[in-house]
Design a protein around this ligand. Structure first.
Ligand SMILES: [Zn+2]
Length: 355
């Protein structure tokens, strides 16, 4: 009796030693976002976000595909083009469930030239363009590099920089990086990057040639050993899409000012051109963010806070056609969509505003 008990105890201890020696610590590949893991919570979240997404027109651009399938994970098992597509199709599903209208540059594995992607977006009538990619290390990085990045076009010192692109990048970056439990990298404080960091003065072709607000996301590095395990998992691709979806919904929730030209304000008097614009936003306008450019030069302006009207006087008056551009942000920090018009000053010294 005693002997049997002793033998049992011995085999139990042996087993315990065996198990503790052989099992490596289990590292979870990912966590389910709390508002996603339960289908009821997910539906409720989509319903809540639909308040801000219903009727929105979004263009999705899953990068690469077709003849362009060269970007692969280290073991060659996953192709960047396929992961981009899986994330984009999941995002399309969530956006449509929330009542948005979604356009997509490809919904299968096919070749779409870069120029066509921008052209499709420009003709689609969409409000925002989101290009979805996964990253590979540059010369100074190694195979352990892995972070989430959202790119906008140009830098804030450049005329071609549109601050609304940066706003969208921030919102998407935050929620995408958060659900993936990734950092935003060390190259920027918030994980958003100018595409001029990669191609100085040019940026990414899809961001430069797309004339609606546009961002390009590098969700993670497909070259990382750890990340490739996650990217190969379709549930994880859904979680990635969920992060972008949430970021986009929160961006729209924060609103943005609308800029409306006041036709009666346009006149030429004492060799000065006058023009005024009303700025609409339910949260209010932050006066410190207003900028007016005439012929690509920043101009002084007057802001009537009580009526949210910004007016500008430009001198001397010269006949010709000149671009005018207005920028303003609301009290949540979101900037207006690009407002670029043309002021035509005719022979008779009469001015008109054109698109
Ligand atoms: Zn790519």
């Amino acid at each position: 009796m005693h002997k049997k008990f002793f033998l049992n105890l011995l085999s139990f201890v042996f087993l315990l030693v065996l198990v503790s020696c052989s099992s490596a610590p289990v590292i979870p590949l990912y966590e389910y976002p709390t508002d996603w893991k339960n289908p009821v919570d997910r539906e409720n979240a989509i319903k809540e976000y639909s308040k801000y997404l219903i009727g929105r027109k979004i263009f999705l651009d899953p990068g690469h595909g077709g003849e362009d399938r060269k970007n692969k994970s280290r073991d060659g098992k996953i192709i960047e083009a396929d992961v981009n597509l899986r994330v984009a199709l999941n995002l399309k599903k969530y956006l449509e469930e929330a009542g948005a209208q979604v356009f997509i540059s490809r919904d299968v594995d096919k070749t779409v030239p870069l120029a066509d992607r921008s052209e499709l977006a420009n003709k689609s009538g969409a409000e925002i363009f989101i290009s979805i990619h996964h990253n590979a290390p540059g010369k100074t990085e190694d195979d352990y590099t892995d972070y989430t990045a959202a790119y906008y076009h140009a830098k804030d010192v450049n005329y071609e920089y549109e601050p609304c692109n940066h706003d969208i990048a921030k919102f998407i970056e935050r929620d995408l990086a958060y659900v993936m439990r990734n950092s935003g990298g060390l190259g920027s404080f918030d994980g958003t990057y100018s595409d001029y960091n990669i191609y100085p003065g040019e940026g990414f072709s899809v961001l430069r040639k797309t004339n609606i607000p546009a961002v390009l996301i590098e969700c993670a590095f497909h070259t990382s050993h750890w990340e490739e395990l996650r990217l190969n998992n379709e549930a994880f691709n859904e979680i990635q899409a969920w992060g972008i979806f949430r970021g986009l919904a929160k961006y729209f929730r924060s609103g943005r000012p609308e800029i409306v030209f006041i036709p009666d304000s346009m006149r030429i008097q004492n060799d000065m051109l006058h023009a005024a614009f009303s700025l609409h936003d339910s949260t209010g306008i932050n006066p410190k963010t207003i900028q007016i450019f005439f012929n690509k030069e920043e101009k002084d302006f007057h802001f009537d806070k009580a009526n949210n009207i910004v007016s500008v006087g430009i001198t001397p008056v010269v006949k010709g056609s000149f671009p005018i551009r207005v920028i303003a942000a609301n009290k949540n920090g979101n900037h207006s969509f690009p407002y670029h018009k043309e002021i035509v000053i005719s022979d008779s010294l009469k001015a008109t505003l054109k698109d």
